[in-house]
Design a protein. Structure first.
Ligand SMILES: Nc1ncnc2c1ncn2[C@@H]1O[C@H](COP(=O)(O)OP(=O)(O)OP(=O)(O)O)[C@@H](O)[C@H]1O
Length: 122
């Protein structure tokens, strides 16, 4: 099969992103969390390095959610009925999102804490 040109591959990827935005509730929530963080970065005037860590942590959660959704869809396609192996694959896939979220929360606490203390002590 002939490889599609680069711009078409890009268009397919954007189509995938659009489908995530339109159909996946968890992805929508995580995107809102990312936007809230962008607001907090502006509000607290967080420095560039710390802001980069927050953006990276949020980005990893979103990427993990996309991969988890792709694996879930592949599972549903391969085995539409209940199957214990499918359950294990889906649980492991979901654990990637959980772990990325836990690390993002830890990073958030470590970075925002001094700014919060500063705000509350004024
Ligand atoms: N075909 C299946 N066979 C066995 N267990 C399944 C199957 N489908 C789902 N499960 C179990 O139910 C859980 C939830 O699966 P589901 O596909 O609904 O994902 P989800 O986490 O609810 O994601 P989303 O909210 O994106 O749909 C899985 O982690 C798995 O434990």
């Amino acid at each position: 099969m002939k490889k599609p040109p680069f711009y078409k591959s890009l268009a397919f990827a954007f189509k995938g992103l659009f489908l995530m935005l339109k159909n996946e509730r968890n992805f929508q929530i995580e995107l809102i969390a990312f936007l809230v963080n962008i607001g907090l970065i502006g509000f607290f005037r967080i420095n560039y390095i710390e802001a980069s860590f927050i953006i990276l942590a949020c980005g990893l959660v979103l990427v993990a959610e996309i991969l988890n959704t792709a694996i879930e869809k592949l599972c549903d396609f391969a085995e539409p009925n209940f199957h214990s192996k499918i359950g294990i694959i889906k649980d492991i896939s979901a654990s990637a999102v959980l772990l990325a979220t836990l690390f993002a929360v830890i990073i958030g606490i470590l970075i925002y804490w001094p700014y919060l203390e500063n705000l509350l002590s004024l």
